[in-house]
Design a protein around this ligand. Structure first.
Ligand code: AMP
Length: 118
């Protein structure tokens, strides 16, 4: 998609600090990090939400999992741990409408959500 910022990063049309990539997916540092390690994993082809990977996205899913595994090691998170999450749609506050997974680590990340349950 021509006006999608993550498609532009995937196509090399705007810069990003890329930390990993293969044929199907790539990972780069978040421009506004919320933790010492904050990396975004994206499919190179445009998909709006993570659930769309259910339609023929098997190779992409495997790439994303392999990329996460490699970056966890290269960023030194194996022992201390990390969190992965994907915001999808308005209730989750998804800002960029290109499917992505956040990898966060390098400090105590606290509870999963800050607000009360339910
Ligand atoms: P989300 O709210 O899950 O859609 O998260 C989108 C993320 O993309 C935010 O954490 C932004 O800081 C990040 N972001 C937006 N533009 C860029 C960019 N050009 N390079 C790196 N990260 C970006």
């Amino acid at each position: 998609m021509t006006d999608c910022i993550f498609c532009k990063i995937a196509g090399g049309r705007i810069p990003a600090e890329v930390v990993w990539q293969d044929e199907h997916a790539m990972a780069f540092r978040d421009i506004q990090p919320l933790a010492p390690v904050h990396v975004l994993f994206i499919p190179k082809r445009h998909l709006e939400t993570f659930a769309e990977l259910a339609d023929g996205g098997g190779a992409v899913l495997l790439s994303l999992a392999r990329g996460i595994k490699e970056v966890v090691v290269s960023e030194g998170l194996t022992r201390t741990g990390y969190r992965i999450l994907s915001n999808n749609g308005p209730d989750a506050g998804q800002e960029v409408l290109h499917a992505h997974i956040h990898l966060l680590g390098g400090r105590d990340l606290g509870p999963m959500l800050t607000e009360t349950k339910g």
